[in-house]
Design a protein around this ligand. Structure first.
Ligand SMILES: [Zn+2]
Length: 206
């Protein structure tokens, strides 16, 4: 395997979609395990993006779910009717790695690849906030920062189908099947490259 001598520069600004109620906590301690969830694309962590529009989409997820349930209702009226702490917001972060001296393990998944799909499958299928298969499956400890494309589609449902169809995370054909599922919209449209969206996940207290 090729060895890369890498000089990595993180973006100056990162965005995180959330709710008004979480803002105070996000200001004080953004990388906070208390709020992490099991079975995310790159494992449990604090998810950011370089794309303001993407962060807005994350923040509006609960509103979009409400819109689906209440078809025909004016979306802005729906947002106004929310309790203040549930109003969607985007937190904007200055990212300044010069302030740190830590040794940071970072995985950067450039574009679509089997390694990218496998990393997501492993974490979507078998990770919790406290555990993942990185060490056992890949021989490395879970990266402190993981960057790359997002899995699109309804990944929770895809993983359910993966299990119910008796698929195996070690089987190459099953990995290919998973890959073909996560690069489509819910409506089945093939997404190309950056259409999948960008994410940077922080999984350690830095
Ligand atoms: Zn992991």
């Amino acid at each position: 395997m090729a060895q890369f001598d890498v000089s990595l520069v993180l973006p100056d600004t990162l965005y995180h979609g959330s709710t008004m109620g979480a803002i105070q906590g996000l200001r004080i301690k953004p990388i906070n395990k208390e709020f992490w969830k099991d079975a995310k694309d790159f494992g449990a962590g604090f998810y950011t993006t370089i794309d303001l529009f993407q962060a807005t989409t994350w923040a509006r997820k609960p509103v979009v779910a409400m819109e689906r349930l209440n078809k025909g209702t004016d979306p802005s009226a729906m947002v106004r009717s929310l309790p203040k702490d549930q109003i969607p917001v985007v937190a904007v972060y200055d990212c300044n790695s010069n302030l740190y001296t830590d040794n940071i393990i970072l995985h950067d998944y450039r574009g679509e690849s089997r390694a990218w799909a496998q990393f997501i499958l492993s974490h979507r299928h078998s990770s919790t906030v406290d555990n993942c298969l990185c060490l056992n499956e890949f021989g490395w400890i879970h990266p402190h920062i993981a960057c790359g494309l997002m899995a699109d589609n309804d990944t929770g449902q895809i993983i359910e189908d993966f299990r119910s169809q008796g698929r195996d995370i070690h089987n190459r054909d099953d990995l290919e099947w998973f890959w073909t599922q996560i690069i489509r919209t819910r409506e089945g449209r093939r997404l190309n490259g950056l259409e999948l969206g960008d994410q940077i996940a922080f999984s350690a207290k830095l």
